[in-house]
Design a protein around this ligand. Structure first.
Ligand SMILES: [Zn+2]
Length: 104
């Protein structure tokens, strides 16, 4: 997957869906926004990128998280869910996994 500019890869992301940083925006080690500022940066293979909605920017903004601070996808955080909703979320999860490529 190649991106011509920094804005392109952001556009490709789904909102509030953690994606492995090394898969979508390879580069130097980066800090997790949830870890203390004194924590060493993580390799991007150990970081998750999440695009959040921004009140003033339709494109949203992306933050990086380590696995410990990785947020739960917004859709999966909704509870309780019925069987039909659960099935929908499972399909969405499969799609997210496919998009993320090899996971973990
Ligand atoms: Zn962290």
């Amino acid at each position: 997957m190649k991106f011509r500019s920094s804005s392109d890869w952001r556009e490709a992301l789904a909102f509030e869906t953690p994606m492995l940083a090394s898969e979508i925006v390879p580069g130097d080690p980066c800090r997790c926004v949830g870890c203390a500022a004194t924590t060493a940066p993580f390799e991007r293979t150990d970081l998750w990128a999440v695009k959040h909605r921004h009140p003033n920017d339709p494109a949203g903004f992306v933050r990086f998280y380590c696995v410990a601070h990785r947020p739960v996808p917004a859709s999966a955080a909704v509870a309780p869910v019925g069987r039909r909703e659960t099935a929908r979320l499972e399909r969405a999860h499969v799609v997210a996994q496919a998009l993320a490529g090899r996971n973990q």
